[in-house]
Write a protein that binds this ligand. Structure first.
Ligand SMILES: Cc1cc2nc3c(=O)[nH]c(=O)nc-3n(C[C@H](O)[C@H](O)[C@H](O)COP(=O)(O)OP(=O)(O)OC[C@H]3O[C@@H](n4cnc5c(N)ncnc54)[C@H](O)[C@@H]3O)c2cc1C
Length: 293
């Protein structure tokens, strides 16, 4: 197994830039190294937490009693052939999109502004502009201390920003089914989608993406938070984005505790105003669940 690292805080592995140090960080590059890391965790009695680009993770500020696994090397490689894009779980969406476009394969454009990995996208069933992983995923290779199997989207239980993956299960590889599409058209679509993002979301700030899931009903989470007057609301170094109220920005040395305090306040205000209990989208690591409103 590659040497484990013991001094890398989650603040360095997440897009929001907060979070304390895990017991150990493993960066496996092959399936065998991944298995070794999972065996190590089991032997040490540590829970396993996979981190992709950390773009939807909020981790406790103090020490974390987990083994963090970040997939690299072969486990982050991408190949294209026979209309399929085969990616390691740690492959970034940006590289997947680049490779698909170069091969004249469309269908992944919707992910152009999702700053995560192929495996993180499976866990979250990531999506945008009416499409999600569920629509293009053929199967995902799931490795755990107990075994190694390919699962279909049905067996993964994908639904809105949700999968049935269990703790300790690692998406080591995925296969996406894409469709032939001229490269120029792919480029045009991507440029349009990126421009839409820049107009409406804080793309140049440190955030963890959507804070809350959109509830069923007419008003999205962002709109409700905005109507509660929360844009720009600040606690410590964290603030609700003045551009889109369903984002929390690390405005100035934020801690995860600042972000959680903002989430608690935001949920309280939305519940008071609309009677809706917002459900968080961001994944918590080592943090207690939000208190009932
Ligand atoms: C600016 C911005 C915009 C965003 N826009 C969108 C959007 O439009 N749509 C959307 O859906 N999301 C969006 N997000 C959120 C985020 O990018 C997605 O949820 C993304 O899919 C997370 O991928 P990741 O690899 O960074 O996973 P992480 O954030 O690192 O992890 C998220 C969860 O997935 C698990 N996980 C990660 N990799 C694996 C793996 N290989 N195997 C098993 N579990 C794994 C983690 O343990 C964790 O529970 C946005 C985030 C930001 C910062």
């Amino acid at each position: 197994m590659n040497a484990l690292e013991h001094d890398v805080p989650l603040a360095k592995l997440t897009t929001i830039g907060t979070g304390g140090a895990p017991a150990a960080l493993a960066r496996p590059r092959t399936i065998d190294e991944l298995r070794d890391a999972l065996r190590y965790a089991r032997a040490e009695g540590l829970d396993v937490f996979v981190v992709g680009l950390g773009s939807n993770v909020l981790a406790a500020d103090g020490p974390l009693d987990v083994l963090v696994v970040r997939l690299e090397g072969e486990l982050a490689a991408v190949e294209v052939g026979d209309g399929l894009l085969r990616a390691g779980g740690g492959a970034t969406n940006a590289v997947c999109l680049h490779r698909a476009r170069a091969a004249g394969l469309g269908g992944f454009e919707f992910a152009c502004a999702i700053p995560g990995t192929a495996g993180g996208g499976v866990f979250m069933n990531a999506g945008a502009y009416g499409r999600d992983w569920n629509e293009i995923l053929v199967r995902a290779r799931v490795v755990s201390a107990e075994g190694d199997e390919w699962r279909s989207p049905g067996a993964l239980g994908l639904s809105y920003r949700h999968s049935e993956l269990r703790p300790g299960e690692v998406v080591a590889a995925v296969e996406f089914q894409l469709e032939p599409r001229p490269t120029a058209e792919i480029k045009t679509t991507v440029a349009e989608l990126v421009a839409r993002r820049k107009d409406t979301q804080p793309t140049n700030k440190r955030t963890f993406g959507s804070v809350f899931k959109n509830p069923t009903g007419e008003l999205g989470a962002g709109r409700m938070l905005e109507l509660c007057g929360l844009k720009g609301h600040r606690i410590g170094g964290a603030q609700i984005s003045p551009k889109h109220a369903n984002f929390i920005e690390n405005a100035d040395g934020a801690t995860s505790a600042d972000c959680v305090a903002l989430m608690v306040e935001a949920r309280r205000r939305v519940h008071e105003e609309y009677g809706v209990v917002l459900e968080r989208e961001v994944v918590f690591l080592g943090l207690p669940e939000l208190p009932p409103t």
